[in-house]
Design a protein around this ligand. Sequence first.
Ligand SMILES: [Zn+2]
Length: 398
Amino acid sequence: MTDALLIRNVRPSGGDLADILIRDGRIAAIGPSLAAPGIPTEDGGGALALPGLVEAHTHLDKSLWGMAWRPNDSGPRLIDKIDNERRLKREINIDPARQSARQVVLSVSHGSTHIRSHVDVDTDHGLWGIEGVMETRAAYADIVDIDIVAFPQSGLLRRPGTLDLMDRAMKAGADVVGGLDPCAIDRDPKGHLDAIFALAEKYGKPLDIHLHEPGEMGAFSFDLIFERTRALGMEGQVVVSHAFCLGTPDRDLVDPMIEQIAALDIGIMTTGPASRPAPPVKRLLDAGIRVCSGSDGIRDTWGPYGNADMLERVMLVGLRNNFRRDDEVELAFHVCTQGGADIMRLEGYGLNVGAKADLVIVAGETITHAAVARPPRRMVIKHGRVVARDGVCSRIAP
Ligand SMILES: [Zn+2]
């Protein structure tokens, strides 16, 4: 017997009422009143059917979700937060396996079907994070797909031994090579970027680089990223996360960067940050650039905010970009769905016949209405099976 499910009475992407027939984890048919005798049926109650939300940038290994509340008293600089977190990991036992499982269950309850997580690699904790998130990835493979980025959160070259650990993380099964502020943290932009590009080349894996550096400094790092992407033929395999420098008001600085980013098919991740300059989403999309979004850290030692709801992220990206019209809010929705799929190169993503059956069913008149009202997700479907119902995940977190 094949694994099948019929979802009746939904409106795919806000269109007319239809049924969605799923067979063997793929969408087999979409249409009104589909006949499917003997197949288990769910009633969508006229809700929207949307493709699974894509959490394309988070840190599963170090959320404090479900732990005792801990007031944040970290210092003001980036390096203060990095050092504070590294110290607290053992002190309060931020166990990566347990914490990633908790965040995964939370994410799935809100409709995320794919997650890209940066995971810390450093000389104090070695591969504790990578091993923990890999454990969660295997244990929860039935409800979500997880992409792991080996991330040198404490710097790469300023802490000798980290590069070797990054190599071991890739060997152990990380999917993406991470990087971090080559000027501001490592103070050796050439050394840092040469090292991570070499690692990506060695393992034949893509790159996803955290770049918080502002203005001219960020533009300089971008320039070095362009050089290496071009020289190594890595067009389409590099993502720059945050890219605050693209939010600089100086068009003479930003426009040539956008041109290069488009030419080299570099992807951009923005959370739509409230407190920092942010990449202009519409201008990037208009230039044909792949743009995705994510929650970044959720309730961690960096800050108390976040809930892993990518429909809420649609609102935050929309607010940051002054999106008001429905067609503009739909751009933010695109970034939190197809944009993430484009960045993570997901095969078979979408809401069409033949696509993988990874869906969210949520009440709302339109996509924009659902994104601003954000009712509990009526159903989340992964691999063609219901994995969350009325905002509650079918799996329980430790
Ligand atoms: Zn991050």
